[in-house]
Design a protein around this ligand. Structure first.
Ligand code: BT5
Length: 256
């Protein structure tokens, strides 16, 4: 991957700006520090040395192995009521790119993409505020493309995989996958206010109708029913109590 090839490949998507690094700490950190970045600007790196998950967990991106990118959005005011759906836009975009390769992705709400029950991608969204208003959103996406992107098992709480592992043959060049993810993102973004987005997101959820544990500040277990309009998750807990899980630093685990 190099900057010139990326510029050429992505030109049809007219990114607001593009910063490419052979190696970086975290693309999200670079994106957060990019003052005045235009809408749909991108930070991409071949390697991250301090890649971040949620709650200061680590994200593993060895050199030449996967996609580590941060997309900067400057949301227009009309999108303000729907910004909580942004994680769905990102998850569906990665899922669409996987489907385009003949894979069968599912979204482990809120921020993971699973292939065959294993994590192939994660999303980390961070917000830059200007007073009470959202100035920009940084959407970090880490996608395991080649086998070498999969961390050693002792590094993981949940099994991981890569596109190459699941395809059973070599994966396409990362620039191709990036193009597919970003063009899907642009299509879904136009539909952020629609029921169609929610339906597609809902249909892609992993563990629907199954028992899950929600691990986080307020743990709860129940049957996963589907999404709320804001992208929150609806569960049927014990005694037919319906529980809505809003976004936050929660993780799902399958099991009764
Ligand atoms: C995430 O957090 O899944 C969000 C990951 C976002 C990474 C992107 S890469 C570009 C941008 N720049 C950054 O610095 N970050 C973003 P979370 O749900 O908290 O999951 C983190 C957990 O996933 C870790 O504790 C590990 O167990 C596991 N993990 C780490 N690297 C992985 C990998 N490459 N593949 C699968 N699992 C991984």
């Amino acid at each position: 991957m190099n900057e010139r090839a990326l510029q050429k490949k992505l030109s049809r998507l007219t990114p607001g700006g593009l910063r490419y690094f052979d190696s970086i700490g975290s693309t999200n950190d670079e994106a957060l520090a990019w003052v005045g970045a235009p809408d749909f600007s991108l930070v991409i790196a071949d390697e991250q040395t301090q890649g971040r998950g949620r709650l200061d967990r680590k994200w593993f991106t060895p050199k030449g192995s996967g996609l580590a990118l941060s997309l900067i959005l400057r949301p227009p005011a009309v999108h303000t009521p729907y910004l909580s759906r942004t994680v769905g836009l990102a998850a569906l975009s990665i899922a669409d790119a996987c489907s385009g390769l003949g894979l069968a992705p599912l979204i482990k709400w809120p921020n993971d993409i699973l292939l065959n029950g294993k994590k192939a991608a994660g999303i980390l969204i961070e917000t830059v505020w200007s007073g009470d208003e959202v100035d920009s959103l940084v959407i970090g996406m880490g996608i395991n493309v080649y086998k070498s992107s999969v961390p050693p098992a002792e590094f993981l709480q949940f099994p991981a995989t890569s596109l190459e592992d699941e395809l059973g043959h070599s994966a396409p060049a990362r620039e191709e996958i990036l193009f597919d993810v970003l063009s899907a993102f642009q299509r879904w973004r136009e539909r952020i206010a629609t029921d169609g987005l929610l339906q597609a997101w809902d249909a892609a959820l992993a563990f629907r109708g199954e028992q899950v544990h929600v691990v986080g500040e307020s743990p709860v277990s129940g049957e996963l029913l589907g999404l709320e309009a804001d992208g929150g998750l609806r569960l049927r807990a014990a005694n037919d109590n319906f529980v809505i899980i809003r976004f936050g630093d929660v993780s799902l685990r399958p099991g009764a």
